[in-house]
Design a protein. Structure first.
Length: 349
């Protein structure tokens, strides 16, 4: 392959906390900075519930913090002027809106972590879709370029048997326990209430439902769980990729889910998965295996849970190479070059 000069890549993400979008952006920055100049613009006070991007960012990534409320657009414009990027990669709605207003000379691209939920997305030179349904939902009026990406995955080292058993003991001391994991924000969109309502009537004393995460719905979910001692709320865990390897089953009952990273991480760990048939959940089940049920169908989910607890399906390791971070990011960088070239050509017309 002929030599291609390194790019100057600016990522802009103005959200808080460290959920899927933040993790994906950080991993992209960390991968790209190995061969390119990378800058990440975040909001001051980005940390939420003790978790933040800076804890996970490669020191080679140039970090710029802007005020979340006062003169954000002006500070963002100054950052662009100082860094002089070849391409600006926006994440989520607010960063996309501000970049669209600034109309920089650099090529612009936005990842649809959710969907085209504002006219500013249609002002980007390129859109990156992680799920097939997103590409189909882009309006026909959009004149830019669309790229179907493979949501990136950092493969996690396999735990030794001793380490895995020790971690299982920490989660539950009973040797015969069947550990069912629920990983993500405590938010209505995740459908955790559906999971609790499906699980509680099941007469399986060895089953344990373990929630890993945080969010504003926590107290309501605990109230719904009631006195069922088999249901526990563990909280946010930095070692969640280790924990996947200790789970017997992962359940993703989302009401809305573009393409869940939690499922890719579960597949990487070999954990059997039950998920709703919503959007990206069903796409991953179709591609990599597992079982699905209709969104919010408590009875259907209960049936799938009972079957899994009774049969204890074996661990499953599908081929996820298209999602490996280095492969997924190489494809995205090629898309950057494509839109940079297209914008340059248009500027001379």
């Amino acid at each position: 392959m002929p030599f291609q000069k390194p790019l100057k890549i600016m990522h802009v993400l103005l959200s808080r906390g460290f959920a899927g979008s933040e993790r994906s952006t950080t991993e992209s920055c960390n991968q790209q900075c190995q061969t390119h100049q990378v800058c990440l613009v975040i909001r001051k006070g980005q940390r939420k519930h003790g978790a933040g991007i800076v804890d996970h960012l490669d020191p080679r990534v140039h970090l710029i913090e802007v005020s979340p409320r006062l003169f954000t657009q002006r500070q963002l414009g100054r950052a662009i002027s100082d860094f002089q990027p070849d391409v600006i990669h926006c994440h989520l709605r607010r960063s996309t809106r501000l970049i669209a207003k600034l109309a920089p000379k650099a090529a612009t691209v936005s990842t649809l972590h959710i969907e085209v939920n504002g006219p500013h997305f249609l002002q980007m030179d390129g859109l990156i879709c992680n799920a097939r349904w997103q590409t189909e939902a882009v309006p026909d009026s959009y004149k830019g370029r669309i790229f179907k990406a493979s949501n990136s995955l950092v493969c996690h080292p396999r735990l030794s048997d001793d380490r895995r058993l020790a971690l299982r003991k920490e989660l539950c001391p009973d040797d015969d326990a069947y550990l069912i994991g629920a990983v993500g924000r405590y938010h209505p969109s995740k459908g955790w209430d559906t999971l609790i309502e499906a699980f509680k009537p099941i007469k399986a004393e060895q089953a344990r439902l373990l929630f890993f995460g945080s969010g504003r719905q926590e107290e309501a979910l605990k109230a719904l769980a009631g006195e069922d001692k088999r249901i526990r709320f563990i909280g946010y865990r930095k070692d969640i990729k280790n924990i996947y390897q200790c789970l017997d089953l992962l359940v993703v009952p989302s009401r809305f889910e573009p393409l869940p990273r939690v499922m890719l991480e579960g597949y990487d760990a070999g954990t059997p998965i039950i998920a709703s048939d919503e959007g990206g959940c069903q796409e991953l089940i179709d591609d990599y295996g597992g079982w699905s049920f209709p969104v919010d169908d408590v009875k259907a989910l209960r049936k799938e849970l009972e079957h899994a607890i009774e049969t204890r399906p074996p661990r499953h390791h599908p081929d996820l190479s298209a999602h490996y971070l280095e492969n997924a990011n190489a494809a995205i960088v090629e898309f950057y070059r494509e839109i940079i070239s297209a914008k340059s050509a248009n500027s001379f017309q």
